[in-house]
Ligand binder design. Sequence first.
Ligand code: SF4
Ligand code: SF4
Length: 177
Amino acid sequence: MFTADFLKEVNQHSGEKVQLCFQCFKCSLGCPVSFAMDYLPHQLLRMVQMGLKDRVLHSHTIWVCAACETCTTRCPNHIDIARVIDTLRQMAIKQGKPAEKPIVAFHKAFLNSVRRHGKLNEWELMAEYKLRSTRFLDDLWLIPEMWKRKKLFLRIRGVHKKSEIKKIFKKAKAWNN
Ligand code: SF4
Ligand code: SF4
């Protein structure tokens, strides 16, 4: 189904000009996780241009993207594709259309930990993710390895200027409302 204002909406929230994409394919050629996507990055942008809102917001691609920004640095038209995809994720959550529920659970747990402390706390992330996803036994074998690599801290350490983090989340919330 075609949605007339979709391109405008995505441009407005991402601050990018998706219509500039001329389908050169450079973004998709550099994407390290394209093998797991249902639509390649350049196809996703084409679908945004065509106003295929439902298909884009239901896609697995927007959740598979690792936000590595390789595509962004390769685009000859300077489209920040990673930013566009992040915008699409937020739109999918807002409209209740996320295709990957466990990834959405991880996404929310990650953001909540950063919101609280200004940085990530891995214990907290794991606990909230498991509660949200109800995948209690998945990936438990990773804990000893994370501990060995000093990725797990018993004490929650935050950043100094938490007020700055609050401002960022406040701004994001204003957009979401
Ligand atoms: S930011 Fe996402 S879409 Fe772009 S190259 Fe990285 S994983 Fe692929
Ligand atoms: S690199 Fe840029 S212009 Fe080329 S297909 Fe990707 S988004 Fe479009």
